[in-house]
Ligand binder design. Structure first.
Ligand code: NAD
Ligand code: LMR
Length: 342
């Protein structure tokens, strides 16, 4: 789909030759934190989507230049810029999908939880504005620590009386993207068909790739499972260390976030076959938030896919039990923070 969008001429010719011309889908997407390391390449990828008619870019600084630059790409989406708190409400009016990569990234030696003190407040204030201006939108939270920022967002939406758990998503697509890449490399498989579900959360051992559920079905030695699991869990840190103080994953994250946006837009557009992993309100385990595969539809999450959690290997079952206390603590930290603020 992305390739199609940069050749509008070819697409128009294709449409003209068809008897049943489909009207162009026209969704509005807002990116909050649009001039950051993730925000800029993410905005570029969203600008390439044929499903987007308006792209709203919001940040506290530097967004005018990013928007002017992007607006010259000859793809259908119109780009609008919004700078600073006084323009936040307008950036959200009429928006179908809001993506939030606003906040500080890690430096070497930090955990994602070390970002809590700064990012919790950023996410809280942005989600308050979402609640006030586009309460029906799909909300994609990228800002770390995702394990806590999603529960914060849920509490804020509850306080505002507009919480729809089917439309609040912690973006964990990057974990799946990494799992697919690393497994394909290790097993010499074609990436195009490969799908590894990743469950749990988005930090360290809470990231649990279910290698036994890899499709197409693939077998791994115990050593391969151990090596791949640890690499997927530490992949964020691998990038943080390689960037040596200049931030964390931005390009692969933008790629992953754009995939999740595109999947959400396809679901909104009526595609009945859209599945992604995401960290969402969940009853698949005793934890109130949990990442799993979800089926997306017009109204958000249509189903949590419970089958992946059945028939786990002993390794996966142990890892699942081991991640629960950490994930539970991160969820509670987020909820407590949001409740204290009222
Ligand atoms: P960055 O510092 O390059 O960009 C962040 C942007 O947010 C900046 O442009 C900044 O001006 C903006 N910002 C700060 N406060 C804001 C506010 N109140 N309103 C709007 N914008 C605001 O950081 P980055 O590399 O883009 O990373 C952003 C966040 O994404 C970090 O918290 C990082 O940990 C997280 N992240 C998550 C994943 C994931 O898989 N979920 C992956 C990579 C990074
Ligand atoms: C990632 O997984 O790359 C992000 O969560 C950023 C980080 O801090 O590792």
């Amino acid at each position: 789909a992305l390739r199609q969008s940069i050749t509008p001429k070819a697409r128009n010719q294709k449409q003209r030759s068809s008897n049943h011309v489909q009207p162009q889908a026209s969704y509005k997407v807002a990116v909050l934190g649009a001039s950051g390391g993730i925000g800029q390449p993410l905005a570029l990828l969203i600008k390439m989507s044929p499903l987007v008619s308006s792209l709203h870019l919001y940040d506290i600084a530097n967004v005018k230049g990013v928007a002017a630059d992007l607006s010259h790409c000859n793809t259908p989406a119109q780009v609008f810029d919004f700078t600073g708190a006084s323009e936040l409400a307008n950036s959200l009016k009429g928006v179908d999908v809001v993506v939030i990569p606003a906040g500080v990234p890690r430096k070497p030696g930090m955990t994602r939880d070390d970002l809590f003190n700064i990012n919790a407040n950023i996410v809280k204030s942005l989600v308050e504005a979402v609640a006030d201006n586009c309460p029906d939108a799909f909300i994609h939270i990228i800002s770390n620590p995702v394990n806590s920022t999603v529960p914060i967002a849920a509490e804020v939406l509850k306080q505002k009386g507009v919480y729809d758990p089917k439309k609040l998503f912690g973006v964990t697509t990057l974990d799946v993207v990494r799992a697919n890449t690393f497994v394909a490399q290790k097993k010499n498989l074609k990436l195009i068909d490969l799908d590894v579900p990743v469950i749990g959360g988005h930090a360290g051992i809470t990231i649990l790739p279910l290698l036994s559920k890899t499709r197409p079905s693939t077998t791994f030695t115990d050593e391969e499972v151990q090596e791949l699991t640890v690499r997927i869990q530490n992949a964020g840190t691998e990038v943080v260390e390689a960037k040596a103080g200049a931030g964390s994953a931005t390009l692969s994250m933008a790629y992953a976030a754009a995939r999740f946006v595109e999947s959400s837009l396809r679901a909104l557009d009526g595609d009945a076959d859209v599945y992604e992993c995401s960290y969402v309100q969940s009853d698949l385990t005793e934890l109130p938030f949990f990442a799993s595969r979800v089926k997306l539809g017009r109204n958000g999450i249509e189903a949590l896919i419970s089958s992946d959690l059945r028939g786990l290997t002993e390794y996966e079952q142990k890892a699942l039990e081991a991640l629960k206390p950490e994930l539970k603590a991160s969820i509670e930290k987020g909820i407590t923070y949001a409740q204290k603020q009222t």
